[in-house]
Design a binder for this molecule. Structure first.
Ligand code: AKB
Length: 317
């Protein structure tokens, strides 16, 4: 059955690619893109686009009614770095949008919700290597606190009100099409961009700090797969661990240097503390067991795709 889908945050790093992918597939009904700001031409011209502040329930309900929306992908959030600068704004944005969407589902105005969590839900006392699905969670960043709180509410709404909400703990996502902005894992993307522009790069994360990372194509695949999974298969209604591969600024730089030169300097800033409190690798066997998840892209594939992607993008600009 075809569903009409609303993507909130369609101008952002994940939302923009998710929107284009869903529209290209034509397996769904109308794919409505929305954001508080304008998006790239491809997103704005490829189908319906609405300027929407999803913290405003009236605006959100109007769009849902207008397009007969069945499913919402809530991709708007303030990321870890920016959230440390604007703690209350981050909390309000990340929580208000989630409650608005969960309440629409509770009132049966929509049928299904996707909400992104993050490796930021873990903290300094979490086992760093191969972090299990269920473990100590003591996030020390504002963003991580909002994501862990959101997970608890998702599970609560599922058990108490039978809301069909599905979620993934994204690792750091690597992509070239739309810049992320304000994340602790943004260094991975900046390394590739500087390499292609032949500029030296100063990394705000230390050379050997390893973090779980994933290429965007894998993340989009996972997002669509979990939304299409049989609801009875999903034993986790807080959020699934998703691993990808473990990368550091030094390992990414090394992989780039196999293709071309790159000068990297290291000057850690406040984001180092956040990165040091996150896992270095993740056990995502529950996602594999429940909905057959396996990532495809390894570091070499990512490096090739990123260098080519940025080169083409720079040529086109
Ligand atoms: C960030 O760095 O804040 C995000 C994330 C890991 O959720 N990329």
């Amino acid at each position: 059955m075809y569903s009409n889908i609303l993507i909130i945050g369609a101008s952002g790093q994940i939302g923009s690619e998710l929107c284009q992918r869903l529209r290209a597939e034509k397996d769904e009904g109308e794919i409505v893109a929305s954001d508080i700001r304008e998006a790239d031409d491809e997103v704005m011209q490829g189908g319906p686009f609405e300027i929407l502040d999803a913290t405003d329930i009236d605006q959100l309900e109007e769009v849902v009614y207008h397009y007969g929306i069945d499913e919402i992908y809530l991709m708007a959030a303030m990321l870890s770095g920016t959230a440390e600068t604007f703690p209350m704004r981050a909390w309000n944005l990340n929580m208000d949008t989630l409650f608005n969407v969960l309440n629409l589902a509770r009132e049966k105005k929509i049928n299904k919700v996707f909400w992104p969590s993050s490796i930021a839900v873990f903290g300094p006392n979490t086992p760093r290597k191969n972090t299990p699905q269920h473990t100590i969670m003591d996030p020390s960043s504002v963003y991580g606190i909002s994501k862990l709180t959101g997970e608890r509410w998702c599970e609560y709404y599922h058990h108490r009100y039978n809301v069909d909400v599905r979620s993934i703990r994204y690792p750091g996502l690597i992509s070239y099409k739309t810049a992320p902005g304000g994340g602790t894992t943004d260094f991975s993307i900046e390394l590739y961009e500087h390499a292609v522009k032949r500029k030296p790069y100063t990394s705000f994360i230390e050379k050997d700090t390893f973090l779980p990372m994933m290429y965007m194509n894998d993340a989009i695949e996972a997002t669509i797969n979990i939304m299409r999974a049989d609801p009875d298969q999903l034993s986790v209604r807080s959020s699934y661990n998703l691993g990808g591969i473990s990368l550091s600024p030094g390992s990414i730089a090394g992989s780039i240097r196999a293709h071309q030169g790159l000068e990297v300097n290291y000057k850690a800033d406040f984001r180092q503390k956040i990165a040091s409190s996150w896992p270095s690798s993740i056990d995502d066997s529950m996602a594999y067991q429940d909905w057959n998840w396996q990532h495809r892209y390894q570091l070499e594939d990512i490096t090739e795709a990123m260098l080519k992607g940025f080169k083409d993008k720079i040529k086109a600009d």
